[in-house]
Write a protein that binds this ligand. Structure first.
Ligand code: MG
Length: 163
């Protein structure tokens, strides 16, 4: 049996903020996401996709941004925690696909590293994690460089024969 879920996240970008996406640092990025946690919108979108597929609520319910425990939180660790919840509910992750919409940083040079880091947290092979990127082409807040947005889709499976 399969379950599908989608996730979406957007964070403002600001100069001088550390930039961590998909659990990977972008030390040469002039901007980074602003957020209560580390602002890793890739991890957040994937976390929400997993929670949606398992019908376990959303990331704000599990890690509220009003809780000081999650200030500066490592979002890859939050993702790992949600993978545990999904497994406890009887699911395994089949695959993930996500798209990062941003002007900067450039995603593609580190996409493979992001896939490896995410796959580690998801406990699946890297070839089951797709990280894609596109730009806003001057349109909307992404195109003006004001924010980055991430869309993610997660497929979960229950049976042994679902591979
Ligand atoms: Mg977020």
């Amino acid at each position: 049996m399969f379950r599908i879920g989608q996730g979406w996240d957007r964070h403002p970008l600001a100069a001088g903020r550390p930039c961590i996406l998909g659990g990977v640092a972008f030390p040469d990025s002039p901007v980074g996401p602003v957020g209560h946690s580390d602002g890793d919108a890739v991890c957040h979108a994937i976390t929400d996709a997993l929670l949606g597929a398992a019908n376990l609520g959303d990331i704000g319910r599990h890690f509220p941004d009003t809780d000081p425990r999650w200030a500066g939180a490592n979002s890859l660790e939050l993702l790992r925690e949600v993978v545990g919840l999904v497994q406890k509910a009887g699911f395994r992750v089949s695959n993930i696909d996500c798209t990062v919409i941003t002007e900067q940083p450039a995603i593609s040079p580190r996409a493979a590293a992001m896939q490896d880091a995410l796959a580690g947290a998801l406990q699946i092979a890297s070839d089951r994690v797709s990280v894609k990127a596109t730009r806003g082409e001057g349109l909307g807040p992404e195109g003006r460089g004001e924010c980055l947005t991430v869309q993610a889709v997660a497929l979960l499976m229950t049976g042994q024969g679902d591979e």
